[in-house]
Write a protein that binds this ligand. Structure first.
Ligand code: AMP
Length: 284
């Protein structure tokens, strides 16, 4: 992979990287399509990264579908698929990690200690191996994007991070490889994530800017659904991921919940239409 990337750079190609853990769906493929528009060489990776899973999480049962994944990437004319074996990425004695302090400890980081350390470490390794000009990530994992952006700034990396919109099912559920774990009933209940964001949007449109009030409205959406167990509903500044008491600047409305054993995330980006404007734009 390193040799191919080195050659592509020598030939002045613009390299785009799409990192994934496989079990591909339209969300992943939307990243590839965007990369194909902007880059002359597109590499995708499939690596289920054990370092970003907690000891009681789903690493061993995480869905794996290498054959159909590689067909999907081939159909989109990906120039290279990097799917290294575990021991090549983490050989015995591996002991170097990237810790993006602060932001990694909140929200997802609090619910999943060590998760972002694992993410930052593998993403830096993938950047080093594939030497991308652009790397494509989904806004579904908004805090992951914020952690990676911080790492890119703090470590003077040369890659530019491109954030792509969330691809959803007809009822609003964000596509996720983990949706495959849901029973029929849980799948129906999982639409609560999106409904809670819609409820926050309606409240913001009514003029509410107070975070506590907005959180209350989001919690309300979960109270009606016995199969859903809310983990958090939070409002944070889009750049720093620090909690905000009011929505005046670009902010994320974030929600995480459990449906049986499956933990899912969703979010909405809210930003003023223009500088100092009262009117808001919603990216759901
Ligand atoms: P994963 O395989 O879950 O690690 O995801 C790989 C990339 O796809 C990450 O950048 C995710 O944010 C992105 N992604 C996952 N689901 C979606 C979705 N529904 N819409 C857009 N991007 C997504």
């Amino acid at each position: 992979m390193k040799e191919a990337a080195r050659q592509a750079r020598a030939e002045n190609h613009l390299i785009g990287l799409v990192p994934t853990m496989g079990a591909l769906h339209e969300g992943h493929l939307s990243l590839v399509r965007r990369a194909k528009q902007e880059c002359s060489r597109v590499y995708a990776s499939i690596f289920v990264n054990p370092k970003q899973f907690g000891p009681n999480e789903d690493f061993t049962k995480y869905p794996r579908a290498f054959e159909s994944d590689s067909e999907k990437f081939a159909a989109l004319e990906v120039d290279g698929l990097f799917a290294p074996p575990l021991e090549e990425i983490y050989p015995p004695g591996f002991s170097t990690y990237v810790d993006v302090e602060g932001i990694s400890e909140r929200l997802e980081g609090k619910s999943r200690p060590g998760h972002f350390r694992g993410v930052a470490t593998i993403v830096l390794k993938l950047f080093e191996i594939t030497q991308p000009d652009f790397a494509y990530f989904g806004r579904k994992d908004a805090q992951q994007v914020a952690v990676i952006n911080k790492m890119v700034r703090d470590l003077n990396l040369s890659v530019q991070i491109v954030v792509c919109p969330i691809v959803r099912e007809a009822d609003g559920l964000a596509l996720s490889s983990r949706n495959a774990y849901l029973s029929g009933e849980e799948r129906r209940a999982a639409a609560t994530l999106h409904r809670s964001l819609e409820a926050a949007r309606a409240e913001l449109k009514r003029g509410t800017r107070d975070s506590l009030q907005l959180q209350e409205v989001m919690r309300g959406a979960f109270e009606k659904e016995s199969l859903a167990k809310l983990d958090y509903a939070e409002l944070v500044a889009a750049d720093s991921f620090e909690p905000v008491s009011h929505i005046f600047r670009a902010s994320y409305v974030l929600v995480a919940a459990r449906f049986g054993k499956t933990r899912l995330l969703d979010n909405m980006l809210v930003e003023p239409v223009g500088e100092g404007s009262e009117e808001l734009l919603f990216h759901l």
